[in-house]
Design a protein around this ligand. Structure first.
Ligand code: BGC
Length: 922
């Protein structure tokens, strides 16, 4: 509950007595990292009530925010001067420091709002006003678009990839300019320049959405690019996801067979007048150096066809073609919501060498996603070819079969400038570690090739490290799997002719993704497409954006895949306390559960004609050594219960009590059906597999009386096989269930195992990303089935959450999302002598570091202001635990301590703590 108080609050400096030490409060409290809708100073947003978040910093312990005040103004001077304010929240007594909704007057298109916040704390401290931040609204209704859709008037054969069209327009601005914006989007992909300079560093704009229903536009501040006098704007269009090749076969033109462009440049002059330059019939069109550009196949660039200065004023376009004005919808336009795709990192090859087959190959040392920038001389008309592959075969030659029909080949044709020419592609990306280079004059040196790593610009938030280097490599591989597959949509893989938003993969990896990076905005954008592409009967397609069942009345609806529509919003809610995502996705979440309930009918058993099951689970042809196929009906029913449970919880969070009751009833029935159909009287599951037990326990499907027995059976199965047998659905939960039920040793055994099948086996084969299959490369060096053998597939990386939450012990409390209350409970074991994890949460940095050395456990914990934590110190006796040399009862910030079995449980306030106690190896 929030209460409002007017006025400026109490005195600025108070002496606060904490324990025995006196602390001066007042000038040591600071707000920072002020963000709006997860972004720093965003422009062009279309959220009508943007949410504001900030972090708090202070050297003092046990600090919580007791009140905040936000003020907002249309001008920076007014804000800082505290006059002509648009909104002043006054002092609001509340500990809310994330997602505070703007509550000033309704916002208009283009409106820019400056805001700042100050806070009070529970110890009498008050901060200064924080650094002014801002946001700017985009175009809030279709009628704001004066621009017309245009299409290049060029002859094309749309059955194949065509040269990328160029569009340009020259214009004159008559006075000095105060500000300029571009609102821009297209059918296809665009790269735009104004007066010879890029309008933004975005790649793959406008991104991939359910284009018929939602098409994003981007807003760029181009004030510094325009000038009084002659100006010129130019854009290159690529086929991208819109009409390029998607999925197998020659399939092109999925969303339409013509490229189109829409842009509105809005200028405000110093004297307050404004002007617009828009796309219309006066634009000119041509083709340029990009002859072929396709996401799967790569790009062919003929530098001889470059048009020098074509985005600059004074360029002669008299020979260019015109454009056609098209009537495409503007009702589908939405502002850019998630992070843009950008060039994030550059890496150099670790070696260049000749393969036994005689090819020149550069080894980037890392399976990466993006492309290679080359710098090389050549004669006009000769070409360099770059073929990108993930792995080498047994003999050390490049291996292309797992790319299926994706060519992943860039070709650069020299203009023969006499000096080194620099090339990087535009509308394609490759998943690769090795680049086979052909046509290079002499041998490339390590400096001639640069790996450009691209992905959605998600800020890294998590770190995990421990004493086992192989587990550190595993963490590295998980993070690189995420980088490579967070390219505007969460994809299955980045290399073969697929690269789609596979729902099952996204579902199992979401929690780990939220540890590694700030993915709230990324998922928010994609979840809108999940809802948009969901079928009217509630079925959720296998991939989003839906390119597999487009135009069909129903489709998808596979257990564990479709459930992403429920699990991912719930995960975003938990990790970022984002209730708005639940509000926005609620109907979609519910529709999916209603679909299953309808199909289940009176009998209550949900079955589907086709579902993927525990995809890629351990299989064998040995008759004396069974595989691990879990009954698909059992999986369907387990996920039916899981999603129903989450919808029930979402309804409760949103205050929809009737719905909460209704779905609680459905959940009860669904669990009863599960037990009736799949659990024997003695608690054995119909499928005696690791996945069956792990799902039943993780989703709480068994009565209390049968749980311990089920866990015992699971552990026995692990003991018997001595390895994991799970596929996509069992893998994310098996270690969690084992550790929850007291089988930590078995969980660590699975984690530490180096032979196939295991997480570490690929590392013994040099993996730098997570593989799609446990045995992508078999122990004898041969490959798994080339039809499905990606070496960069994040799904099995879902173990990441267990590393953070259990090994290092950094977990959220679902009753206090976003780590407002942190559960810190490390699980030493597995031969580790230390593990440390950190997470830059919505409130600030949390860390949990344990180390066992010379009979001592040292455990360093840090939680940010405005959070609390319950710390569980394993295998500890209360009296033997000290914090920085003092007994716990004397430690400032420690609110309570109790002995719970063999653990000591301490409730702490914010700050940094260093616990120590005697440790004997378990
Ligand atoms: C994808 C998967 C996906 C699966 C469906 C594959 O081709 O790469 O990761 O989930 O199809 O089972």
């Amino acid at each position: 509950m929030e209460t409002r108080m007017s006025g400026m609050g109490m005195g600025l400096v108070l002496v606060v007595l904490l324990g025995s030490s006196a602390v001066w409060a007042g000038d040591d409290l600071r707000v920072y990292a002020c963000r709006c809708e997860y972004k720093v100073d965003p422009i062009g947003i279309d959220v009508s009530r943007p949410r504001l978040s900030w972090k708090i910093e202070t050297p003092r312990k046990a600090v919580t925010q007791s009140a905040y005040q936000i003020r907002a103004a249309g001008k920076l001077d007014d804000l800082v001067g505290g006059k002509s304010l648009l909104w002043d929240s006054d002092k609001v007594k509340s500990d809310q420091s994330i997602h505070v909704s703007y509550a000033g007057p309704d916002l208009l298109s283009r409106q820019r709002i400056y805001w700042q916040v100050r806070v009070w704390d529970n110890q009498g401290g008050v901060s200064d006003w924080g650094r002014p931040a801002c946001w700017e609204m985009g175009l809030l209704s279709p009628s704001e678009w004066k621009a017309q859709w245009i299409e290049p008037d060029l002859t094309e054969d749309t059955k194949i990839s065509n040269p990328c069209p160029l569009l340009r327009k020259a214009f004159i601005l008559r006075s000095p300019i105060r500000s300029a914006r571009i609102y821009v989007t297209c059918h296809g992909l665009y790269e735009m320049e104004l007066n010879g300079r890029p309008v933004s560093d975005a790649l793959f704009a406008p991104g991939w959405t359910a284009y018929d229903k939602r098409l994003q536009y981007q807003t760029c501040d181009v004030t510094s690019l325009v000038k009084e006098g002659n100006n010129s704007v130019g854009v290159i269009l690529g086929d991208g996801w819109f009409r390029g090749r998607l999925m197998g076969g020659p399939g092109r033109n999925l969303y339409g067979n013509t490229l189109a462009f829409l842009a509105q440049i809005e200028i405000v002059y110093e004297d307050g007048r404004s002007e617009m330059v828009v796309t219309d019939a006066t634009w000119k069109a041509s083709t340029g150096p990009i002859l072929v550009s396709d996401i799967y196949d790569g790009e062919t660039y003929d530098a001889r066809l470059e048009k020098e200065g074509w985005t600059q004023p004074g360029f002669d376009d008299s020979a260019w073609s015109g454009v056609k004005v098209a009537q495409h919808s503007k009702d589908v336009l939405v502002a850019q919501e998630g992070p843009l795709v950008r060039r994030i990192q550059e890496i150099r090859p670790i070696k260049v060498y000749r393969t036994p087959a005689g090819q020149t190959v550069a080894d980037m040392g890392q399976n990466m996603v993006g492309w290679v920038r080359i710098r090389v001389k050549g004669q006009a008309g000769t070409q360099v070819t770059l073929l990108h592959v993930e792995v080498l075969d047994k003999d050390g030659n490049v291996y292309t079969a797992n790319l299926r029909s994706a060519k992943q080949t860039d070709r650069y044709i020299f203009k023969g400038a006499g000096e080194p020419e620099v090339f990087e592609p535009h509308f394609t990306f490759h998943g690769f570690r090795y680049v086979a280079v052909e046509g290079w004059q002499g041998d490339p040196s390590l400096d001639d090739l640069t790996g450009v790593v691209i992905h959605s610009d998600i800020a890294p938030t998590g770190t995990f490290e421990c004493s086992n280097p192989m587990l550190n490599q595993l963490q590295h591989n998980i993070q690189w799997g995420q980088k490579g597959n967070f390219l505007d949509v969460p994809t299955d893989c980045p290399q073969r002719n697929e690269r789609l938003g596979w729902m099952g993969d996204a579902q199992v990896f979401a929690r780990t993704a939220c540890f590694n990076a700030d993915v709230a905005g990324f998922y928010t954008k994609w979840l809108a497409d999940v809802a948009a592409d969901q079928k009217t009967d509630g079925a959720v397609p296998h991939v989003i954006p839906d390119v597999l069942s487009r135009g069909q009345p129903t489709g998808g609806a596979s257990a564990g895949w479709a459930d992403a529509a429920v699990v991912v919003p719930w995960t975003v809610y938990l990790c970022y306390d984002d209730t708005r995502i639940l509000e926005r996705q609620y109907l979609s979440m519910r529709a999916w559960v209603d679909y299953m309930a309808r199909r289940a009918g009176k009998g209550g058993l949900w079955k589907q004609d086709f579902t993927f099951g525990d995809w890629l689970a351990f299989a064998t042809t040995r008759s004396d050594y069974p595989g691990a196929t879990t009954d698909k009906d059992l999986i369907c029913q387990a996920y039916f219960a899981r999603s129903t449970d989450l919808v029930q919880r979402a309804a409760a969070v949103l205050g929809k009590t009737q719905d909460a009751r209704r779905y609680a009833d459905l959940l009860k029935k669904t669990k009863e059906t599960f037990r009736r159909e799949f659990v024997t009287a003695n608690g054995r599951l119909a499928s005696n597999t690791q996945t069956a037990y792990a799902l039943a326990l993780a989703f709480d499907l068994l009565p209390a009386s049968q749980r311990a027995d089920a866990a015992r059976r699971l552990a026995a199965d692990v003991d018997q096989f001595k390895h994991i047998t799970t596929g996509f659905l069992g893998t994310p939960v098996i270690c969690q269930v084992l550790s929850d039920y007291g089988y930590l040793g078995q969980a660590y055994m699975l984690l530490n195992r180096k032979n196939y099948p295991s997480w570490l086996y690929p590392i013994t084969r040099g993996a730098t990303t997570i593989w799609e299959r446990w045995d992508g490369i078999k122990p004898d060096g041969s490959f798994q089935d080339e039809g499905m053998n990606s070496f960069n597939h994040y799904a099995y990386g879902a173990i990441g959450q267990w590393l953070y939450a259990v090994v290092a012990g950094l977990e959220l409390d679902p009753d206090h999302p976003a780590y407002k209350h942190v559960l810190i409970q490390p699980h030493p074991g597995g031969g580790l002598s230390f593990a440390r994890a950190s997470l830059d949460s919505m409130y600030g940095k949390i860390s949990s570091n344990w180390q066992v050395k010379a009979g001592l456990m040292r455990f360093d914990v840090s939680i940010p202001p405005n959070t609390t934590a319950t710390v569980t110190l394993p295998k500890a006796q209360e009296k033997a635990v000290t914090e920085a040399g003092r007994s716990l009862s004397k430690v400032e910030g420690v609110r309570s301590v109790s002995q719970k079995g063999t653990s000591v449980v301490a409730r702490i306030g914010s700050g940094t703590y260093s616990f120590e106690y005697p440790w004997s190896a378990p």
